[in-house]
Write a new protein. Structure first.
Length: 446
């Protein structure tokens, strides 16, 4: 039987999409918001029409993981409904269906904002939930991290049929192994340096508040740990990255699972990318994809939407990387530090509500480039340009290297003319789309 309210909501959303096109707006949220206002059960359409639903949640890596998962599964079927542009609130997910309305999908694959998971899963019950990590992010919106983790935990408690894909290197995610769901675990086993307790972003057990003792440390609070009070510890993962070998612009990744060992090249560097790859690999093996299918697809994956996206301009590379919290920014700076090429770095820092109005998080990030001699300039832009410039000053960057202009277009125009091999552009969330679109237009017009 036709649901008249749902049909009205759908066509109202589609009409608003056409209006937004006339004013050159992408409309990743408004059509869904309008549809949900007309029919608050609008997401039931997704539940009814998707054979298998996969959700990706957590602080960092959702958009990249979602896009990589789509890319790999897309080698088998094109009947996929997904919010590939990163609109991960409930209205963004509703917009996805407004934009791509079909009677049937083999898969619904969605990144879901960790603060929105509860409202989305009221209507759409996932078959798989990949939980990547939890870090301090947008404290003015989420509150302290413990409250956010508890909200996600109690949400998943009501989804006992969902299979959980968990990054157990994160103690906060490992807590979810206490749930009765089917659990698949993934993590990294690498030869890492001695643990430096001062670098740990979390030191207490999420179960009993006892002290976590680390025998190895990846970054943030990731590592091999055990509580000295209750015995809570990182379990042996089912899927493991056992070796990483970084090259100039790619890395060789070794994945072990069961009696299998798989070595392949992934076209992007960084340990955080290895976590994204391993999470996607773990999900795909649950879906029955072969090693060859997965590896082949991962080998030709390319980033979009300002997530490690590269463009060429006058013989140099412009690389756009979203940075939105201290752990993410630290890892990006670490990657830049390992890059021996001559470079310029552009920070674009906003404090709009979607970024988090509290920008104190930049002071929790380690932003010192260890190859300072390879950096020509640090350009600081955005609404809070002066704040990121002050951070660079406290990093002991020579003042003549720091350039400030809150107009991001003007600063990009200047930065990309620097005589360097690569320009790193690091925008926060509300700057990322406008920034990459502006750079793309400049590149195309050159």
């Amino acid at each position: 039987m036709v649901n008249v309210r749902s049909m009205i909501a759908l066509y109202a959303g589609k009409f608003s999409k056409q209006v937004l096109k006339l004013i050159n707006s992408s409309g990743t949220a408004l059509p869904g918001k309008l549809a949900l206002r007309i029919d608050n059960n609008f997401l039931d359409n997704i539940e009814e029409k998707c054979d298998t639903v996969i959700m990706v949640t957590g602080t960092n890596g959702k958009t990249t993981t979602n896009n990589l998962l789509n890319h790999v599964i897309g080698t088998r079927t094109d009947k996929i409904l997904s919010n590939l542009k990163g609109a991960n609130m409930i209205q963004g997910i509703a917009t996805t269906y407004v934009n791509n309305t079909k009677d049937h999908y083999d898969y619904g694959i969605f990144e879901v904002d960790e603060g929105t998971l509860r409202s989305v899963t009221r209507y759409v019950k996932p078959d798989y939930i990949l939980v990547s990590n939890f870090f301090r992010d947008q404290l003015d919106r989420f509150g302290e991290i413990d409250n956010l983790v508890e909200d996600v935990y109690t949400t998943i408690e009501k989804l006992p049929e969902s299979t959980l894909i968990l990054n157990v290197d994160d103690p906060l995610v490992n807590k979810f192994t206490q749930l009765p769901n089917k659990i698949i675990k993934f993590g990294l086993d690498l030869d890492l340096d001695e643990v430096q307790n001062s670098s740990l972003s979390m030191k207490n057990c999420p179960l009993c508040e006892g002290k976590l003792q680390y025998s190895s440390h990846v970054y943030g609070h990731f590592g091999n740990y055990e509580c000295d009070k209750c015995g809570f510890k990182r379990p042996n993962p089912d899927f493991v990255v056992s070796n990483l070998e970084e090259k100039a612009s790619s890395q060789m990744i070794t994945i072990d699972y069961g009696d299998e060992e798989l070595v392949f090249e992934y076209p992007y560097t960084g340990i955080y990318n290895a976590y994204n790859v391993l999470g996607v690999f773990t999900v795909c093996k649950q879906l029955g994809l072969s090693d060859d299918e997965i590896v082949s697809a991962m080998g030709d994956f390319s980033f979009h939407l300002g997530r490690m996206e590269e463009m060429e301009y006058k013989g140099k590379i412009i690389k756009v990387i979203l940075t939105k919290n201290p752990i993410g920014l630290t890892q990006v700076i670490n990657m830049i530090s390992n890059d021996e090429r001559s470079k310029t770095v552009v920070h674009i820092l906003n404090d709009n509500p979607a970024d988090g109005e509290d920008i104190s998080w930049i002071w929790d990030a380690y932003t010192i480039c260890e190859r300072e001699e390879t950096v020509l300039h640090y350009y600081c832009s955005g609404i809070r340009a002066e704040d990121i410039a002050l951070k660079k000053k406290y990093d002991n960057v020579p003042l003549d290297k720091i350039k400030i202009n809150d107009n991001f277009k003007e600063i990009i125009d200047t930065a990309i003319e620097d005589d360097v091999e690569i320009v790193y552009v690091l925008p926060t969330y509300t700057a990322v789309f406008e920034t990459r679109d502006y750079i793309e237009n400049v590149v195309k017009s050159n």
